[in-house]
Ligand binder design. Structure first.
Ligand code: MN
Length: 128
């Protein structure tokens, strides 16, 4: 699985990358919303984007909206710093397949990945 981690906090990005190592053949990282769009544009084969919502330059919502204009298929999981409650907030996450609140519970994240990308299974690196 090819993954893009869009996260401005380098330590958080490292931790996610480490946890998803066995699931991925390649991990790309973006530090800003603009960078996330550019990397997505140049890598149409990305399977999963983990999009932090609070990103510099362009936030995660805007980045998702723009990425969806040229890639409808990639699975996008938004990482949010707060729990969603109202409909307004739910409306804002349209365009992503799912969301997870921060700090990220890795077991929960792997469950979401299994739900949306069931074809990728852990410990089958030879096939990736
Ligand atoms: Mn952030």
């Amino acid at each position: 699985m090819k993954i893009l981690i869009a996260e401005d906090d380098e330590i958080s990005a490292r931790l996610i990358a480490l946890s998803l190592r066995t699931l991925s053949k390649e991990i790309l990282e973006a530090r800003t919303g603009t960078e996330a769009i550019e990397i997505s544009r140049h890598n149409p084969d990305i399977d999963l984007i983990l999009m932090d919502i609070q990103l510099p330059e362009l936030n995660g919502y805007e980045a998702i909206e723009q990425i969806r204009q040229f890639n409808k298929d990639v699975v996008i999981i938004a990482q949010t710093a707060f729990a969603f409650a109202g409909d307004d907030e739910k409306a804002m996450i349209k365009g992503c397949n799912d969301y997870i609140s921060k700090p990220i519970n890795m077991t929960l994240l792997k469950g979401l990945i299994a739900k949306h990308l069931y074809q990728f299974q852990e410990n089958k690196q030879d096939d990736l």
